[in-house]
Design a protein around this ligand. Sequence first.
Ligand code: XMP
Length: 515
Amino acid sequence: METERERVLILDFGGQYDQLIARRVRELGVYCEILPWQTPFREIEAFRPGGIIFTGGPGSVYEPGAPDTDPAVFGLGVPILGICYGCQLLAARLGGKVIPAGADAAREYGRTETAFSTENPLFRGLPGKSVTWMSHGDFISRLPEGFRDIANSEGCPTAAICDGERRFYGVQFHPEVRHTEYGREILRNFLYAVCGFHGTWTMENYRTQAVRELREKIGEERVLLALSGGVDSSVCAALLAEAVGEQLTCVFVDHGLLRKGEGDEVEAAFAHRGARLIRVNAGERFRKKLAGIRNPEEKRKRIGEEFIRVFEEESRKLGRMDYLAQGTIYSDVIESGLGSAAVIKSHHNVGGLPDTVDFREILEPLRLLFKDEVRQLGRELGLPEGLVSRQPFPGPGLAIRIIGAVTKEKLAALREADAIFREELEAAGLGERTAQYFAVLTDLRSVGVMGDGRSYDRAVALRAVETEDFMTADWAKLPYALLDRVSRRIVGEVPGVNRVLYDVTSKPPATVEYE
Ligand code: XMP
């Protein structure tokens, strides 16, 4: 893991696309981390960046108290790329002028035709004109000394700026957003042509280094991990199993709210990995706790609490463990308030952390990885593709996909309906491009006719969404033929269901889950 030299620091000025910038940089094979704009200079220096990216942000650089950075950053001698607000900050702090759009230039929002100086290293290999994604109300009206403009649009003469000598670049548009046609190429040029990186960040390298570091840290001691069967905890378990084998014990609390076949699949994936796996079949316990509970928040709360109880009981039986391992990933770290972007949603992962069980330290070996990197690491570690590419599944499981009280019969019906939907959607080759798809058992009962008889049964809702980040999502435009097949099979094969509905609501205004 050549992260010693090839490291990009992303200074977060509160833009909504900041995580996307980091993901793009990592996809291009370069390690990066996001730090808030308030980070003191000594920490920025200590990070030893080989390049710095200033993100966008909602502020205006000329307003008092606007997000800023220590001017010493400009003296580090490393390339800087400013994006949107970051570009304006670069210009303003180095002696240029930023003013509200109006007199000389227009505000720009959305897809914008932009002309590039393609002899500039940042735009090498690009066509002379292409579409960029703009979103700005201010613009640079005077360039700082040493800078020139290297791109323009109809509304903005300074769509991109550069000081080649100092290797400072700024773009008024957002190269990290897919609507910018050549955004990926621009970021690649910054990393490879300007910063001179080679792209050494791979999950193969990460695996080698992480295993070595975990072995050094853990030594002869014992590690406990709560395995949920989700991608993150599974990859975390596989990594630790490779590093310390028998010193790792995984406790898999099967709360009886998993999808069809899931519990056995998780168990099978870890059977031969050297680590000890304890599967606790606690379905009955959880069902009792959920009996008669209709309120979604109450369901979540009870499941979270019961999970901790079961986990604590098991870990007490095992005697004192030195480390507790968790599959926390980078987006969890960022979303719990690292940056200054608004916190959109706080999830409780399966169970949360038991605080009455006593551990010396918590290990989070995936803390700096994005989801797609975690999946790639899982593949490196030889986990089955079905487990690695698993779609997100909420900790409270099927309980929040049954509207109203949870019963054994409803769980069985939902499990079947959900398995049929997933099977058919995957058989139609749509699994990869549909971010999440599942069935929900509604509490709607309606009249139907089956054979010669009247039925009064439940309705299943099908939910399928396309999204990159789950903060917003579009309902998936699934083919009618597929929906038809799924509907016929569910009504034909699942007792107690006589109607199938397809959810055509996006997020917002709806959420992905129903509860
Ligand atoms: P919503 O319903 O908020 O879901 O649009 C967004 C994404 O988060 C997942 N989700 C959860 N994941 N614990 C989790 O680990 C939870 O309590 C939880 N609630 C929702 C949901 O499946 C979707 O991918």
